[in-house]
Write a protein that binds this ligand. Sequence first.
Ligand code: SF4
Length: 368
Amino acid sequence: KLGLFIPVQRRFINPVPVSTTDRTDSLHSSFVPELVYFEPSALDYPKGKRIMEWVAAAGIPYRMTNSHNRITNLPGESELEQYKIAKRTLVVGIRKTLKFDQSKPSAEYAIPIATGCMGHCHYCYLQTTLGSKPYIRVYVNMDEIMQAAKGYIDERAPQNTRFEAACTSDPVGLEPITGSLRELIEFMADEEYGRLRFVTKFHYVDSLLDARHNGHTRVRFSVNSKYVIKHFEPATSRFEQRIEAAGKIARAGYPLGFIIAPIIWYEGWQEGYAELLSSLAAALPKDASAGLTFEMIQHRFTKTAKNVIERRYPKTKLEMDIDKRKYKWGRWGQGKYVYPDEQANALRMFISERIFEHFPDATIDYFT
Ligand code: SF4
């Protein structure tokens, strides 16, 4: 069955052009799926057609599917094999649910432009929220999605309404294929009361640099200590690549931020996080640090997540010992295990101090 898949070296091909303008992305290693599914009606949309042309030109195997929510014939002998293949499978469909979920504390709503991610972060909550559907879905009906966003903006005007585009995916990782973020950024630029934000562990931002954003989109990069990136974030961009991309984003005039998440307590965490902030300060161009925001999220997990993670990454060093954690009741049923208050406070205080030491004008939006 694996005969379906393209050889490794063919994954490294040029990304699909996102528009007719010539914007060369210097990312010859951006994500290229090994298998693609299309909903037939997705091909009625320009974005669906464009992705199909790229898939055909690149010789990527594809199949048709009646629903992007029911991919049942994924190759792979075991659950683990299927999971790995799913993470490299792209499904191109139409977003039917246009009711947006809430997205506290970073925004009012989650805007759905993609679901699933090619990254292999051990701690990622998509492990559980996507359950048996870890494949990557992208939606071609952007006009309808933006129309729905407009409805939410009008409802709350004259208050600003913030939309988070990275709740169920890492949209920057997919941008070379879809171009959807660029569309969303330019849509939000014209919305007086609309704001967009997204967070990423990828560096594929070149096609966003000349987008018309009007300061209405905040781009945040997810950063962490070397230990966390090395042990828990396979298949994402390196720290240096993320910082280089952050510099480009700042120079393009976008509001910029960093999310330190998940903050993990491990032996040597103080040195690890101190080094993170000092290397951030050293690597970030000076003109990039005005108006910086930081968000901090301590590591948490549910019992279900622990089970799934241990099955999918059996050798993980991720500490998930419920006896060492504090149980935090969840609003929607299952609660989460976070660090006990004393540890959480120590993490919050130490990292906040390092942030202000290196970036005295930055704002810390929250620690959770
Ligand atoms: Fe999850 Fe983000 Fe890692 Fe993707 S990059 S696996 S969305 S944590």
